[in-house]
Design a binder for this molecule. Structure first.
Ligand SMILES: [Zn+2]
Length: 246
């Protein structure tokens, strides 16, 4: 199939989305976009991987894959904090203003007491191979919790259908977290106080792609083909989920 035909299909499926999600109807110029938030910043880059790469670098790479996956499906996207220069957390939801959905991209670590030491490339690093897998978070303080959860569940289901599994460690009291499941079948937890989720005006979720302190999963998460497969699973799920939105 030619590129032009694909673009046309994308355009018409884009038109189908108009008016099917809260607050958006009418012209193509109002066609809703998905905001992709790159978690953390260059100054405060989040967790450190088992081999010494900061979480921000992982988040940036995956956000780009996600943008491409949405784009290939005719879904408009905007990336927030693409270069890691944001100064405060509330700016993220401000930049998402007008978007139909907000996805905040992160990579996971574990509680500090699980971290062990090893030496990689002559440097002492911290790792834990105890847990692996993606996870999803929604906030009950977000004004669209039902729509947030519906899409989070759809993403978890889509990822599992493509062979990915989620981590259960956020629900284990022994890990010092004990988060409540929002959807235990699909890897979705409640995390009410997450600022980016609770201050968002639109449905929102936080996605942890995997655990970068796990020495095996870290390498998997750096694999571009695997990143694409994961991004495709999310974009497919979001397309259906947003079409079904009230
Ligand atoms: Zn993070």
């Amino acid at each position: 199939m030619g590129r032009l035909v694909l673009l046309q299909i994308g355009f018409f499926s884009a038109l189908l989305l108009v008016g099917t999600f809260p607050g958006y109807a009418g012209s193509v110029s109002q066609y809703p976009s998905v905001a992709i938030d790159v978690g953390h910043t260059r100054a405060h880059p989040g967790a450190m991987s088992a081999r010494g790469t900061s979480e921000f670098v992982f988040n940036q790479a995956f956000a780009q894959q996600l943008r491409d996956a949405f784009g290939a499906r005719g879904q408009r996207v905007r990336i927030i904090n693409e270069h890691g220069g944001l100064k405060n957390l509330r700016e993220r939801s401000q930049y998402a203003d007008g978007a139909a959905f907000l996805i905040s991209v992160h990579h996971d670590s574990v509680q500090p007491h699980y971290l062990e030491k090893w030496t990689y490339n002559g440097s002492e690093r911290r790792f834990s191979d105890r847990y692996s897998g993606f996870s999803l978070f929604v906030s009950r303080l977000n004004p669209h919790v039902a729509a947030s959860l519906r899409c989070a569940s759809a993403i978890g289901q889509s990822l599992q259908a493509r062979g990915f599994s989620f981590t259960k460690h956020h629900a284990e009291p022994i890990a010092g977290e004990g988060r409540e499941w929002a959807d235990a079948e699909n890897g979705v937890y409640y995390y009410d106080e997450l600022i980016v989720l609770k201050t968002a005006a639109q449905p929102a979720l936080l996605f942890e792609a995997g655990i970068i302190v796990n020495r095996v999963e870290e390498l998997e998460l750096l694999d571009a083909d695997r990143q694409r497969k994961m991004a495709d699973a999310i974009a497919d799920a979001m397309r259906v989920c947003m079409q079904n939105g009230k």
